[in-house]
Design a protein around this ligand. Structure first.
Ligand SMILES: Nc1nc2c(c(=O)[nH]1)N[C@H]1C(S)=C(S)[C@@H](COP(=O)(O)OP(=O)(O)OC[C@H]3O[C@@H](n4cnc5c(N)ncnc54)[C@H](O)[C@@H]3O)O[C@H]1N2
Ligand code: MOO
Length: 416
């Protein structure tokens, strides 16, 4: 039977999970989550016409012709602080002392900043030294947004900027989808926990940290990190203990066809229903997705590079769907830097950097990548996708590159 294609597997994996019911959480607890509903402006921003500067509220027409040598003299009738209401209306010949953010008194239509004016010694009058147009240094009601205007769609990621807007509307809580609770189970007799001595033939267990970090990047709340030996009894015990506690249980290792690859067999004996079992993908071929009771189980291969690709292609979309969102990844067309031979039936995802070229599509520089390797991912800019149905690719052949879109950072100071 041919292996499931990557696109069919992704669809099937998504069928193994449903968006979680929304919950209301405090603003800061919503950071990094996704809005569960649309949000409209519950008030206008700003809520009233107010001053953008510390200075004087005036009637603009009365400043016409004002100059340092020929100032307009106005009578001071009020002082308006931010958060206070003006005591009175501004009539011709009058000015009000006003501070940044304070509501504009009725009758005033402009603000003159204090650097362009001087109050008399006795504080009764102010000389205005410049002429200003109506609206000068005024922030208008609803200038940024009017009450009822749509602000955010459901699925909007709650960033610091979004939180700032919600807080400025007076919100204290926000409806979001809950973060999926995740447990990671690493299997393998050969694995040595980091922090203990390891002989050259031994392997440090690194997938717990790797997969937990990937899951967090996908918005998960990682609750448990557990190791289990390649032993059916121990695996059964670990899977039955962990599954009921989480929404998504992710295993690594023991996913293939070796004598000690028990994970899928044990899941089957526990009554798991498989949605995906092996994908025409390299690396990551043995990946599986199943449902065990109410828990979605993702079985990742043990090779860290294969686990990374399989996570990225199946587990991440599924964790995002739990949060009510679908991610559209940016793709660019690029030309291969070198020829490649591959198994015709599989999709290959190869970590790539991009070299831009004047007047041409960029070149995809394929990184040396094996299923067990992940160092190249640190520097990669995306996956070059070598599609199925073809075994040989020549240098300069055009392929799609699915971008990681990771920001680029550089040191503040040159390194010594
Ligand atoms: N005869 C066949 N052999 C294999 C096939 C196949 O189709 N026929 N598939 C290969 C593919 S593809 C992959 S990928 C691997 C994955 O197999 P497993 O999921 O069973 O992984 P393990 O055998 O347990 O480990 C593979 C490799 O990864 C290292 N590993 C495992 N867990 C961790 C961990 N937590 N931290 C760090 N490194 C880990 C492990 O030491 C092995 O080196 O199977 C192929 N075989
Ligand atoms: O998934 Mo395996 O070799 O395709 O790493």
């Amino acid at each position: 039977m041919p292996l499931t294609s990557l696109s069919a597997a992704r669809q099937a994996a998504l069928d193994a999970i449903a968006p979680a019911a929304p919950e209301r959480v405090r603003l800061l607890d919503a950071q990094g989550r996704f809005l569960a509903t649309r949000v409209a402006a519950s008030r206008s921003l700003p809520g009233c016409d107010n001053s953008a500067m510390d200075g004087w509220a005036v009637r603009a027409e009365e400043t016409q012709g004002a100059h340092r040598d020929t100032p307009t003299r106005l009578r001071i009738i009020d002082t308006v602080f931010a958060g206070k209401l003006p005591a009175t209306r501004l009539h011709p010949g009058e000015a009000a002392r006003i501070f940044t953010g304070a509501p504009l008194p009725p009758g005033a239509d402009a603000v003159v900043r204090q650097e362009a004016a001087r109050a008399s010694e006795d504080g009764t009058c102010v000389d205005i030294f410049i002429s200003v147009p109506p609206g000068n240094d005024i922030r208008r009601t609803g200038e940024e947004v009017l009450t009822g205007a749509p602000l955010f769609d459901a699925g909007q990621r709650v960033s610091a900027a979004v939180l700032g807007v919600l807080a400025s509307l007076g919100a204290t809580e926000v409806p979001v989808r809950p973060a999926p609770r995740v447990a990671v189970l690493a299997t393998g007799d050969e694995l040595v926990p980091p922090g203990t001595p390891a002989l050259p033939h031994q392997v440090y267990e690194s997938n717990l940290v790797l997969v937990a970090a990937l899951a967090r990047e996908a918005g998960a709340d990682v609750r448990e990190l557990t190791r289990a030996p390649d032993d059916e009894h121990a695996l059964r015990e670990a899977l039955t203990r962990l599954a009921p506690r989480v929404d998504v249980l992710i295993t690594t290792g023991g996913a293939s066809v070796g004598d000690k690859d028990f994970v899928k067999r044990v899941l089957t004996t526990l009554g798991a229903r498989f949605f995906v079992d092996g994908v025409a993908l390299k690396p990551g071929k043995p990946v599986a997705v199943a449902r065990l009771g109410d828990t979605t189980v993702v079985v990742l291969p043990g090779n860290p590079g294969a686990a990374t690709v399989a996570f990225d292609q199946l587990a991440r979309p599924l964790l995002l769907k739990h949060q009510g969102v679908h991610e559209t990844r940016r793709r660019v067309r690029a030309h291969l830097s070198e020829p490649r031979h591959k198994q015709a039936g599989l999709t290959y995802l190869i970590t790539t950097t991009l070299e831009s070229r004047e007047g041409h599509a960029p070149r995809a520089l394929l990184r040396p990548q094996g299923a067990g390797q992940i160092l190249q991912n640190v520097h990669g800019e995306g996956w070059a996708i070598l599609p199925p149905g073809r075994a040989d690719f020549a240098a300069e052949d055009a392929v799609d590159v699915e971008l990681f879109d990771r920001p680029v950072y550089s040191p503040v100071e040159p390194l010594a």
